[in-house]
Design a protein around this ligand. Sequence first.
Ligand SMILES: C[S@@+](CC[C@H](N)C(=O)[O-])C[C@H]1O[C@@H](n2cnc3c(N)ncnc32)[C@H](O)[C@@H]1O
Length: 356
Amino acid sequence: MPVWQHTGLTLDCYPKVPAHVSLPWDAADEYLLEHCNHLASISTLLLNDRYGALSCALPHAASYNDSASGRIATQRNRALNSLAEIRFIDSPIAAEQILIKIPKNWEQLLDQLALITALAPTATVYLAGMAKHIPVSWLQWLEKNASRYVQYKIMRKARLIELTPSQSMLTSNDRFKGYQTDSGLSLSALPGVFARQQMDIGTRVMLEHLPNTMAGTVCDLGCGNGLLALSIKQQYPETRVIATDDSLLAVKSTRRNAEVNDLEIDVRYGNILQAVEESLDWIVCNPPFHDGHKQLTNIAEAMFLQSQQHLNPGGTLLVIANRHLAYMAKLKNLFARVNSLSSDKRFVVYQCHKHN
Ligand SMILES: C[S@@+](CC[C@H](N)C(=O)[O-])C[C@H]1O[C@@H](n2cnc3c(N)ncnc32)[C@H](O)[C@@H]1O
């Protein structure tokens, strides 16, 4: 298991990723640790600590992690290093210093800055990430809108910024944004949720290929704003629909969309199907093929495996995927029968039947 030389901690990725593909820490974590205050008497908040590397290095810090699998990773890494379990917070709280691993999504970063500005206007905020993932326009915005701004030089390809927020980082707008579908669904989502302001093309293709009848218990695996789950409930009111996602922002958005559209579905927060104990007749899935900035199919593959295990005999998994991902062989290893319902230059809809 990898040992982080910088801290002596033993850390692992969860879901498991080979060490040559990804390590559970990076140079941006090291840069943050070199500059922040390590005293337990200084209240510290961590944002977006993917595998819990910072949480292990600063065990007294509170942590906000949107991802259910990120929370599992953190608990596992804390246990590996004989640290007590952490109680995660479900939205940022006030602290004297706040360490932010810069997320991939700019709107999500702006939202997090607005939340912490309202809660902790005098906090020292450190932001770090790999330099190639931080556009200059982001740095310019931060410099213009912070009341104090220090940009450190790039070290080991990582970038560190130290700032004090200012009132201009507050956003007065509604945090939810979205769109209407042709079928009359009103969808909105929090910053960072997939396809927040317009329907993903792949999801549209999947909607066009839903079967003529659907019955029993259906699960939308990786539900995002809940578009697939809500469309199914709208089209087949007799089905029981469960929607689940690893992202708390997605889960909150789907719950709100169910309420706004007056459709009764169960929305669960968890890694893959961890929060779904029911056995299922149908699973629909538009799986992720990135984890942070890395293109990885390990989560999609784990979704296929758990889907096979959760389906009733005779049950069906429908998957929409980019053609270049070539999932056919992987699905054929798991399911009795796999065919493609549709295939064009960009997307394939796979229909996978579990044996009776
Ligand atoms: C490509 S998006 C699809 C969202 C939505 N179904 C749609 O079609 O618009 C993939 C979704 O999978 C979720 N996801 C990523 N990793 C996951 C995991 N380990 N378990 C469950 N959901 C996950 C993401 O948060 C994201 O909402």
